[in-house]
Design a protein around this ligand. Sequence first.
Ligand code: FNR
Length: 378
Amino acid sequence: DIYLNGLLTEQTPALTTDLHALADTARARMSPAAYGYVAGGAGSGRTMAANLESLERRRIVPRMLRDVGTRSLARTVLGTPMPAPVLLAPIGVQSIIHPQGELAVARAAAELGVPVVHSTASSYDMEEVAEAAGDGPRWYQLYWPKDDDVCISLLERAARAGYTALVVTLDTWLLGWRPTDLDRAYLPFLQRIGIANYLSDPAFRAGLAKPVEEAPLDAVVHWAGMFADPTKTWQRLSFLRDHWSGPIVLKGIQHPDDARRARDSGMDGVVVSNHGGRQLDGAIGSLEALAPVVEAVGDETSVLFDSGVRTGSDVLKALALGAEAVLLGRPYVYGLGAGGQAGVSHVLRCLLAELDLSLALSGHRDVDELGPELLSGP
Ligand code: FNR
């Protein structure tokens, strides 16, 4: 499209096709606090940097003179057909980035058939986002509330609204040490936005000491406290299994033994992720964790990957190491900040186009052909 437009009208695309550089455009259009929240990581930022380095270290060894004239990126993951093995990672409170937030993202993704993973901390009701997504594929991400009634209510609402798989985030029982947000005391502001999804939830309202209308700040404090539960252990997973009939995926796995544990607990998949380096500073780059997890459980469960993916060739590397699909995080948020729905659409189109090109240039015609031999060195 871009080449043809250039040929016909000498138009260049409105936004840069360099997804690294798009962050700068977004930064200029976002408030410093919102940009800091998105771009920031835990502690010194070492793990956030390690995510990029771990992808940088592995390089592709391309193969020549193979017929790559027609190619296929399509894949079905946990029953969800997708045009490429790429989903949008769950990202909370998107209305701080653009007023249309999750609605704009859902519309852009649905246009291309790319699945969205809807965050528990969304700034719009999950039903509104489902409506915006229309026929578009969608999964639901759960921050697991302490209150079982609220949890069941969320799961029932998600199933009714057409979210087909459940992604349970395990690395955020406590929020990481994030200096950019701590220095600005930004968290309370985010909590006021994150509660939006709950104000209409009957189980949440029933758990409040006073009605939301009478004591809105109490409701926010109650909401924020609901997710801080570092006492949870593996045994509790059966509760989710009992209340969710579709596939369940555990997000935040880094150790192969935890992946085995997930499999043994009847889970359908894992996301190898360190939350984009926002939780435990000093943790390994997420790509380092991928191959050992694939080796441990890849034959029996779906292994997905995120943290640090910025380009189509990054996606190719994760697929080569055995990821069934990849979740894209910050880049689509920068698209949202730079250009709303059109910006998200731009990012997705660039990423998928670059993935298709990388597949061809590496000498492959189908994502199913990729394997670790495509990459150099350990
Ligand atoms: C996140 N992430 C996240 N994860 C989750 O399970 N629920 C959530 O609400 C959020 N919210 C959130 C907000 C922001 C601003 C960011 C950057 C990230 C983590 C996200 O799903 C994903 O794991 C990372 O974004 C992947 O890393 P990259 O691609 O951003 O480096």
